[in-house]
Structure formats: C-alpha cells, structure tokens
Ligand binder design. Structure first.
Ligand code: NDP
Length: 508
C-alpha cells in the first residue's frame, strides 16, 4: 500500500486529506523530466519566461480567497495573516521579477585592462539547471513559491518539496502553475517528509534552496557536499529589537507586540529578544502589556493569533518559558492553551543564561531585558549564534543608523519590525547560524544563475605573453609591472604605454 501523509488543520486538529508520499522512483522520474524540460525552458527569452510569471500572478489574484483557504487548512492561521504575509508578499516578489528579470539578466559589458590590447569583455547570467526547493511550514505558500518563481525566471526547472505538515499549499502551487500554462516538467512537486528531501538531494540538483531549521540546514549541506551541490540556506533566527529611550514609545510597544506575536511567533524574523534602555523599561513593559491584552486568538478574519502549526512546538515554547522562570525571570502572563492555540507569554528579568534568549523559541513569547547604553545594547544584540533580522528604535537617525551598522545580522529595520523582508528590492538572508546566501532583489535572481565571463580578442598575430620568452620580453614585462602597479608619474606612464603598445605590435 502507498505511504501517505495527513493534512491536518492545526486550528481544529481535523484531518482534511491523505496525500500520497512520493516514492524514490517517482522522485527520480520527475527529476529526469525536469532536466529535459529545462533544456527548452532556458532557450525561451527572459521576456517570454516572465510572461508565464505574469499569468501565474493573475491566476493567484483571481483565486486569492482559494489560496487563503488552502493556507488556512494547512496552518490554521487567521485569514488576514495568510492574505498579507503569504499571498501579498508572494505577489510582490513575483511582480518584481516579472518587471526586472530582463534587465537584471542581460549581458553586462565590463572594462578590459589596457594590457589586453584589442580585447572586449562581458558577463552573462546562465541558468543553473534543476533547482531543488525545500520549504518549511510556517509560510508554506510564500516560502515555496518565491524561490521557485525566482529560479524559474532565471531559466531553471524547479522541484519543490513542501513540508509534510503543509502539503496542501504545495498542491495548490502546482495547480496554480498548471493553470498559468507552464510547460510540463518545468515545475514539479514531491510530497513527503525529510527522507523525500534527501532523495531530491541524491538526484543531484544543480542547486538546493533550503528554508528551515539550522540543524536540518546543516544536514542538507553535508549531504549536498557529497556531490558538491551549491546550497542556499535560509535558517532560523533569534532577532533582537533595541529600543532606545528617545524612541516613540507607544509605536515601539505596538511594534514589539506585533513583531513577537505575528503568526504566533512562528516567523523566522519574529522578534525574539527585546532590549529596552533601562530608563524607559517600566513604561515600555506597561504599554506592551496593555497591547497584549488586546490581542485575540482564533482562525477567523478578525483574529490576530492562530494555533501552533507544528504540535511539537508547544513543548519547546513551554520548555523555554519554564527554564527562564526557573532561572529567575518573571512571567507576567500565564501559560494557557486551548487545543493548539497558545496565549501570549510575557517575560521580564531575562538574561543570556536562559534558553529563551539563546535558542529559537518560535512561539508567542515576548522577552524583555534592560540595557544601560548604546554600547551594551549592541553587545547584547550581537551575543547570539543567529544573525537574521534586527530592529532599532530611536528618533535620533544618526544613532539608529550607527547602531544598525554595528549589528551582526543580514537585515535591519529602523523604527519598525518584520516587513522589511517583504520589500522585493532588498536582498534577504542571514549571517552565522541564520544561513548562507541571499534571495529577493537583484541578488536573489543572481543566486539562481551561473555567472559566466566572456572575453573576445580582436588582435591578430602573436600575443606579448605567448612563447617565445626572451630577455627583451622580460624587460617589457618589467616596464609593464612598474607602469601599472608602481608609482610612476603621468608622462612617464604615457611614454611607457606607447612603448609597450609598439612592442606588442612588433611581436606579430
Ligand atoms: P525543518 O528544518 O524541520 O524543515 C524544513 C524542510 O526540510 C521541510 O520541508 C522538511 O520536511 C525538510 N527536511 C527535514 N529533514 C530533511 C533532510 N534531512 N533533508 C532534506 N530535507 C529535510 O524546519 P521547519 O519546517 O520546522 O521550519 C521552521 C524553521 O524554519 C525555523 O527554524 C525557522 O526559523 C526557519 N525559517 C527560516 C526562514 C528564513 O527565511 N530564514 C523563513 C521561515 C522559516 P518535513 O517538514 O516534511 O519534515
């Protein structure tokens, strides 16, 4: 009998559907199909490929509610969260590559050094081949479709493995691409758990784009290294938020609560550590508590916090909170749950000995710690194994930018949280345990290409560097070294260059 995975709605804990797990033979067959399809796909002009992206965007917009419904079934999250962070964010990225890929992928002229007499140079951005996209469950639509669409725009075929926890979003994406008329085999999905992900790697894709936890990312990289497959790793975070005493406190408290509790904290760029200047700590805590009381739990349109999508995450959150309390933190709320819904948890008096300030919690926890001055704020924020997003709050622009520059993170948002990652123009990715590589923006498209440099020699006859070598050539090269890299005056330089030009011509 075929192995299956169950699509369970975390809000109701009801099983919606059983989905067949891809067998090793199927994975292999799909890969061969993708390789073949890519041969034709890469020959299409970028403009033509982007016309498929446009149709995909139109299909999504026309079926917006259907997409939201699917995401809700997979994750139980409230409609607004699904529409805004999964659907809208995805469409913005698709639109960006639809509009910019032609320009970003075009051949680029490069300067040619003068010693390459009569040469020209340019750079091309070739597709890689077949890209394996392995995605997590927290934003199953965005984190599957954005890398896939970017890879497709660059001329690659894509094999997607969604998380076994959110298989319906994967099916929906396949359905959307089919409706948009993508050529057969250019985009395919396989379903199953981590072992199916491993099968994809064994097939030898030309790149692996992985989003998920740091430990899994390391395993993926290790397996990829057997075949020297390039990997891009978008991993976990422990994002700091620094609130200086000159910040707009009301806005900062609202931002902190949103940044910590959006998607119930199951967000790679969720605010996991809040550092508040000691002079405003009490006021900040009070305002944050007022905000927390207003937050509603549920899966419908007016609700803010949905359930924990992965059941096991509840235990991790509990463990981090209990560890903090045991080590002396104050829990200002109670640990309460209804099914998989967890009420917000606010901790104060935390320090860096506690798990809640060191390991990724990935749950609805607000952890607040005071700092004395700018120096200490930067030290605390950087005292982490992670480096994904970060946030600085101050009305002093110079101080905020100076602090942002010092933070060891791939991204920083001044006076806001989270949504900087949704700007299609900006690259996104992490440092340290938060990952390797960047996507989104021009860098994100380039990440799915192989850069090829081409040089054309328009010279005829023998080159100065070719055999035969001689005393005279040696002297000429010495002149070249001095002229190019020594401190030679302008007129001397000109004289030398004219001399060398003459020598090059005379070697014919
Ligand atoms: P996991 O690392 O558990 O899984 C990610 C994906 O990898 C899933 O599809 C999973 O399959 C698959 N997988 C598991 N084991 C292997 C393996 N050995 N080889 C290949 N694939 C494998 O992460 P989660 O799904 O739990 O996602 C949460 C994590 O993702 C958090 O740490 C979060 O911070 C991070 N994340 C990072 C983002 C970023 O952009 N930096 C964005 C969003 C999330 P299956 O689930 O079926 O087991």
């Amino acid at each position: 009998m075929d192995e299956t995975i169950e699509a369970v709605n975390p809000a109701t804990e009801q099983t919606i559907k059983k989905i067949k797990v891809s067998s090793p033979e199927e994975v292999s067959k799909k890969f061969r199909k993708a390789e073949k399809a890519q041969e034709k796909w890469k020959e299409l002009s970028v403009k033509k490929r982007c016309s498929y992206l446009r149709r995909m965007r139109e299909v999504i917009v026309a079926d917006m509610e259907g997409v939201v419904e699917t995401i809700k079934k997979d994750t139980g999250k409230p409609d607004t969260e699904a529409l805004m962070s999964d659907v809208f964010a995805t469409l913005s990225m698709i639109r960006y590559y639809e509009d910019n890929s032609e320009d970003l992928l075009k051949r680029e002229k490069r300067k040619t050094p003068m010693e390459y007499y009569k040469n020209k140079s340019y750079v091309e951005h070739d597709p890689l081949g077949v890209v394996a996209v392995i995605s997590p469950w927290n934003y199953p639509f965005q984190l599957s479709l954005v890398p896939s669409a970017t890879a497709l725009a660059a001329g690659n075929a894509v094999m997607l493995k969604p998380s076994e926890i959110t298989p319906l979003s994967g099916e929906k994406i396949k359905d959307i691409l089919d409706k948009a008329g993508f050529p057969e085999g250019v985009f395919q999905i396989v379903q199953g758990a981590g072992d199916v992900g491993e099968m994809m790697i064994e097939e030898g894709p030309d790149k692996i784009f992985f989003t998920g936890g740091t430990e899994t990312g390391k395993k993926v990289m290790e397996k990829a290294s057997e075949q020297l497959i390039p990997v891009e790793l978008e991993l976990g975070g422990k994002d700091p938020m620094i609130v200086f005493e000159d910040a707009d406190l009301e806005r900062a408290a609202k931002g902190a609560v949103y940044g910590s509790l959006a998607n119930s904290g199951q967000l790679c760029v969720s605010i996991e550590r809040i550092y508040v200047q000691e002079s405003i700590e009490r006021e900040f805590i009070k305002r944050s508590m007022d905000e927390v009381e207003e937050v509603s739990l549920g899966a419908s349109k007016g609700c803010e916090m949905g359930p924990m999508i992965r059941k096991g995450q509840i235990e991790i959150v509990k463990e981090h909170v209990e560890d903090a309390v045991e080590k002396g933190a104050d829990l200002l709320t109670q640990f309460r749950r209804e099914g998989r819904f967890l009420y917000p948890l606010v901790l104060t008096g935390v320090d860096h000995e506690m798990k809640v300030m060191k390991e990724e919690t990935f749950g609805p926890v607000i952890a607040i710690m005071p700092f004395r001055d700018e120096r200490e704020a930067v030290r605390l924020a950087n005292d982490s194994e992670y480096g994904l997003n970060s946030s600085v709050w101050s009305e002093n622009k110079e101080k905020a930018e100076r602090t942002a520059s010092k933070l060891e993170a791939g991204n920083c948002y001044i006076n806001d949280v989270v949504k900087n990652i949704g700007s299609p123009n900006l690259p996104f990715g992490g440092k340290k345990n938060s990952g390797i590589g960047r996507y989104h923006g021009p860098e994100g498209l380039e990440a799915f290409t192989e850069t090829k440099s081409v040089m054309i020699n328009g010279n005829d006859g023998v080159e100065v560097n070719w055999f035969p070598y001689s005393e005279k050539i040696y002297e000429d090269i010495k002149t070249l070294v001095r002229t190019k890299h020594g401190n030679v005056g302008f007129f001397k330089k000109l004289k030398n260059l004219l001399h060398l030009r003459k020598q090059m011509k005379s070697k014919k």
